[in-house]
Design a protein around this ligand. Structure first.
Ligand SMILES: C[S@@+](CC[C@H](N)C(=O)[O-])C[C@H]1O[C@@H](n2cnc3c(N)ncnc32)[C@H](O)[C@@H]1O
Length: 384
């Protein structure tokens, strides 16, 4: 039995009381009411098999205490797999250098540091302190995606000042997890409305997090009674949260960019097709993806890029030669000069058996590529 003195009991009661009255807990309760209502409106489980299991892993968050909400970021490992424990001081010596090197490698694509936003210390935010930034694996992933968007030329419209005649540019993220990318994007482009489509239970994380970190922003919580998002709403609201089951009924008047990271790969083919087809139907000009073609445990999906390519012309965006999950950045090998005559010679000199072997190796490589994370920038196909 734990020994408690009066003073530690008092301390605990004080902590609970002040957390209960914090804006974070108030935001949590408000978003939870919304989430419970939309869960009622869509009682059948239509998440992929993988996500049905994931959701049961964090159902306890529907009954979070004020102290737990105060450390919301510590519960987000359900969504991106990283834990505050790995970033405590006793891991610093061993791990910090690798983070430092990866960040330095990414910063080479962003020498002026225009796109770097560190993790906020709010709500239990964690990471290694590097220069002025709190850095963890999620921070680096989001930074990598911002760099990819920039390299594909997709951030330029968001950087332009919004004049009296020009409208605010809107971005939609499908499957936003705890809202970490939304936090970085909104910090860089405060004028742009940020829309999120996600499973109701996950919106509890992103809604609470974003509402707490951006207390001055206006939030619209969309349900099935209000499936049209018109331009005036994009002017009026800063964040628009949309439960996934509203998607098939949704109408959007304007959307300038859609993104998806580490999420399409975990859905069914039907779900990915539904997202991409509707984006294309609304004329959303760009769709950016950081995904594998299929997660290794997902048996319900054909291929993310295969589905996207039916509606969008896809261009790979080269950043680092390493998955976002890896910290060690390999040194790029100098590529051999491609001598046409050498290639021709090789083709004629090879025996049928050797050619067959090379073909089999290429097929194997292709199969392996299905499981590689790729940045893809999609631009809307012209109508046939
Ligand atoms: C692995 S998490 C990644 C979160 C975030 N994109 C990131 O990279 O940090 C996958 C996300 O996809 C969402 N998701 C799963 N199935 C979905 C569906 N059918 N519609 C919308 N979002 C879905 C999950 O709720 C979660 O937010």
């Amino acid at each position: 039995m734990p020994v408690t003195t009066d003073s530690s009991k008092e301390w605990l009661l004080q902590q609970i009381e002040s957390s209960k009255n914090s804006p974070a807990y108030g935001n949590y309760l408000e978003i939870r009411d919304f989430v419970l209502r939309i869960m009622d409106a869509n009682p059948h489980q239509d998440a992929s098999l993988y996500w049905q299991e994931e959701l049961t892993g964090f159902d306890y968050f529907l009954d979070a205490s004020p102290l737990l909400v105060n450390k919301l970021r510590h519960q987000c490992y359900h969504l991106t797999g990283i834990r505050d424990y790995e970033y405590r001081n006793h891991h610093r010596e061993k791990a910090q250098e690798a983070f430092h090197n990866k960040l330095a490698a990414l910063r080479r694509f962003d020498p002026e540091g225009r796109l770097l936003v560190g993790e906020s210390p709010e709500l239990g935010g964690f990471g290694f302190q590097i220069d002025d930034f709190l850095i963890n694996l999620d921070t680096l992933k989001f930074y990598e995606v911002l760099i990819g968007l920039d390299r594909a030329g997709l951030l330029a419209p968001f950087s332009r000042p919004v004049g009296e005649t020009s409208e605010r540019k809107a971005i939609l993220e499908i499957g936003a997890g705890w809202g970490g990318f939304a936090y970085q994007f909104k910090t860089l482009y405060p004028q742009s409305p940020y829309l999120i489509v996600d499973l109701p239970q996950t919106l509890l994380f992103s809604g609470t997090y974003l509402k707490t970190l951006f207390p001055e922003c206006r939030f619209l919580l969309v349900d099935e009674a209000q499936p049209t998002i018109d331009k005036s709403m994009l002017e009026e609201f800063d964040f628009i949260l949309i439960p996934h089951y509203v998607w098939p009924h949704l109408q959007m008047e304007q959307l300038d960019l859609a993104i998806n990271m580490i999420s399409f790969q975990e859905m069914t083919s039907g779900q990915v097709e539904d997202y991409v087809a509707r984006l294309s139907g609304w004329g959303c000009p760009n769709l950016y993806s950081l995904n594998r073609d299929v997660s290794s445990h997902n048996t319900e999906l054909s291929s993310v890029s295969g589905i996207m390519a039916r509606y969008y012309d896809l261009k790979p965006v080269e950043i680092l030669d390493v998955a976002y999950t890896e910290l060690k950045v390999p040194v790029k090998k100098e590529s051999q000069p491609d001598s046409r005559s050498w290639v021709k010679w090789l083709r004629t000199a090879l025996s049928a058996k050797q050619r067959k072997k090379i073909k089999a190796q290429a097929q194997k490589r292709q199969e392996k590529e299905r499981f590689l994370y790729r940045h893809l920038a999609g631009s809307l196909k012209a109508p046939c």
